[in-house]
Design a binder for this molecule. Structure first.
Ligand SMILES: NC(=O)c1ccc[n+]([C@@H]2O[C@H](COP(=O)([O-])OP(=O)(O)OC[C@H]3O[C@@H](n4cnc5c(N)ncnc54)[C@H](O)[C@@H]3O)[C@@H](O)[C@H]2O)c1
Ligand SMILES: [Zn+2]
Length: 356
């Protein structure tokens, strides 16, 4: 099993392994531990003799209330502090397992097998878990990196177009934030719907190497890693206001367009550099989902703005957004909470939604 690289972490370094038979190769180890899995994999795991705690990958599974049932089930199955925890699924399962794994008996070791492209290109490294509280998306969470990440690109073969777009959006975001060369290299890999697993393997490795830089230089999200929130303040607000009809990656894709529009408002002209290519790429990906404009059109804009205002990343007197500078580089921007800046944010939001 080729080790792609290891990630340096304050708790313990961990390996990212490319394994095109991840579920089969790990079956024996999983049978000796506790497995939390997306219900989509229930049958496949059962065929390998693994009885997993399964859940639907929906936002409500990431709520504090839903977690109690998982914890009680782990206890019923005899999970102890030394039991190894396995997570098989996309970002929802990762968030649940990462969070539960960090608090159950004050923490247990875990291994993650991402099954969505978004999980493979982005969320599987960095050690963050995020849980929703009422309407507040990702309000609580922990840093609890897995002991290992097993990536099996073959698992992407059954993903919907929406799930493929979601992963490609996050991969493009990471590579853009890492710098012009990294983004150009990403575009040269021809990121699009329907890529074969071996082409995706290269794309996943490229995106993860870019993300590795951010999580090693700023593991706890205080400076450089904040840039990876590009598109996320708008994106989370859209996801939540749509009652999660819009998935995370799609919300982020639209959110990146909103961030470009907000930058245009602030600069009074277009950002240069590779910003134009990023916009074209995002619009191309979103066009693969003809339903997006209808879904977005059905959302009440007041609801989006209300959620934008309550985002946890803002400060008491300032909104915080990731924007583009004149040269197209991403930066953290603090906007005073004045009527003028609120109006600029609303114009950016409206203009973007109308352009979809
Ligand atoms: N912790 C982090 O660092 C982090 C980072 C990014 C996103 N997230 C969170 O992740 C969530 C989104 O995760 P996601 O986009 O990976 O998807 P997901 O976990 O929400 O799953 C999306 C859908 O894909 C299905 N699915 C999963 N694997 C499949 C496969 N191989 N074939 C067919 N269908 C499959 C699921 O059953 C589900 O219907 C959001 O809640 C987001 O906030 C967390
Ligand atoms: Zn994201």
């Amino acid at each position: 099993m080729p080790v792609l690289f290891s990630v340096r972490s304050a708790s313990a370094d961990y390996e990212v392994i490319s394994d095109c038979r991840a579920l089969t190769d790990s079956a024996a180890a999983m049978r000796g531990g506790i497995v939390i899995a997306d219900v989509y994999f229930e049958g496949r795991l059962a065929d390998a003799g693994i009885s997993a705690i399964v859940m639907e990958a929906v936002e409500s599974a990431k709520s504090l209330d839903a977690l109690s049932a998982v914890i009680v089930e782990m206890r019923a199955r005899g999970a102890a502090r030394g039991t190894h925890l396995w997570a098989v699924g996309g970002g929802v399962i990762q968030d649940v397992a990462g969070f539960v794994g960090s608090i159950y008996m004050r923490g247990m070791a875990w291994t993650y097998v991402p099954t969505t492209l978004l999980g493979m290109v982005d969320s599987c490294i960095g050690g963050k878990s995020s849980i929703n509280v009422l309407t507040h998306k990702n309000l609580v969470g922990t840093f609890h990196p897995p002991r290992a990440v097993l990536i099996d690109p073959m698992l992407t073969a059954t993903l919907s177009v929406e799930q493929q777009v979601a992963g490609l959006v996050e991969a493009a975001k990471i590579c853009y934030c890492r710098g012009r060369q990294c983004f150009d290299e990403h575009l040269a890999l021809g990121p699009r719907i329907g890529l074969a697993p071996d082409a995706l393997e290269t794309l996943i490795a490229h995106s993860l190497r870019a993300k590795k830089w951010f999580v090693e230089v700023d593991e706890f999200d205080r400076a450089e890693r904040l840039l990876l929130n590009l598109g996320h303040t708008f994106g989370h607000a859209l996801e939540s206001a749509s009652d999660y009809q819009l998935s995370h990656g799609i919300g982020v894709g639209i959110g990146i367009l909103c961030a470009l529009a907000l930058s245009r408002e602030l600069l009074q002209r277009d950002a240069r550099g590779a910003a134009h290519e990023l916009e074209r790429h995002m619009r191309g990906l979103l066009r693969c989902l003809p339903d997006t404009a209808r879904l977005v059109g059905a959302i009440e804009t007041a609801g989006i703005f209300e959620r934008l205002e309550s985002d946890k990343k803002h400060e008491p007197d300032h909104h915080r957004f990731i924007t583009f500078d004149a040269g197209g580089c991403v930066q953290v921007t603090r906007l005073p909470k004045t009527p003028e800046s609120r109006a600029a944010v609303i114009r950016a939001l409206h203009g973007t939604l109308e352009s979809l």
